[in-house]
Design a protein around this ligand. Structure first.
Ligand code: SAH
Length: 214
């Protein structure tokens, strides 16, 4: 069973190879030259099934999008969606965000999007949260001066923890809300799969924006 599943996945991933970057390490420092070509580079970390990345790319042809996802079975769904929609300014990478330095040079990225990142609720797993200070310090390095981090989550404890971590990392915040869908920023807000699920269950969506000052 397991073998058949893997074989099928490989076939599907192969069908998306035009937009899945195989050896992203070889592109370090070259994302603008080889892909973005003067456009803003926007990175989504943990893109899941890809609705946010695909919709963002379609709405903003002036930007170039890179969507990172560590689970190949999920990444393939996102990539298939992008191919079906014919996006030309979006690529995918199957990669762990803990190793971002291996694929991005300092000051290479304009915007980072963290949507509904895994909360890792146990205190002993705090370091795995994608808004833990060690991750924020990596984002700071790969983002340009004036670059932005957009974070949204239904999880209030994770959000409150993240507010502290941004503070510790000296990243100034703006556009902070505990109820994004009833805020002025809802206009233009692109919903993710998790966002619609949690909001349908009655959870409020928290959102913040951090701006990098170098
Ligand atoms: N952004 C999507 C999915 C949220 S679930 C949405 O809002 O609908 C969080 C996603 O992040 C999962 O798909 C998970 O596999 C991915 N993820 C978690 N840790 C990651 C890491 N270290 N690097 C890349 N992706 C990661």
């Amino acid at each position: 069973m397991r073998m058949r599943k893997k074989k099928n996945l490989d076939k599907r991933l192969d069908a998306c190879k035009s937009i899945i970057i195989e050896n992203p390490e070889t592109q370090k420092g070259l994302w603008d030259k080889n892909f973005a070509k003067g456009r803003k580079i926007c990175l989504e970390i943990g893109c899941g099934k890809g609705t946010f990345a695909v919709t963002s790319a379609q709405r903003n042809p002036e930007n170039f999008y890179i969507a990172l996802e560590v689970v190949p079975d999920v990444l393939v769904l996102a990539a298939e969606k992008a191919i079906a929609q014919n996006t030309e300014n979006l690529v995918f990478i199957c990669f762990d965000a803990a190793k971002l330095f291996e694929i991005f040079e300092k000051n290479e990225i304009d915007e980072i999007y963290l949507n509904f990142s895994d909360p890792w609720p146990k205190a002993r797993h705090a370091k795995r949260r994608l808004t833990y200070i060690s991750f924020l310090n990596i984002y700071k390095e790969i983002l340009k001066n004036g670059g932005k981090i957009f974070f949204k989550t239904d999880n209030r404890p994770l959000f409150d923890f993240s507010l502290e971590q941004f503070g510790e990392a000296n990243i100034p915040l703006s556009d902070v809300t505990n109820d994004l869908h009833n805020s002025p920023w809802e206009e233009g807000n692109i919903h993710t799969e998790y966002e619609d699920n949690f909001s349908a269950k009655g959870f409020c969506i928290n959102r913040l924006v951090g701006t990098i000052e170098k």
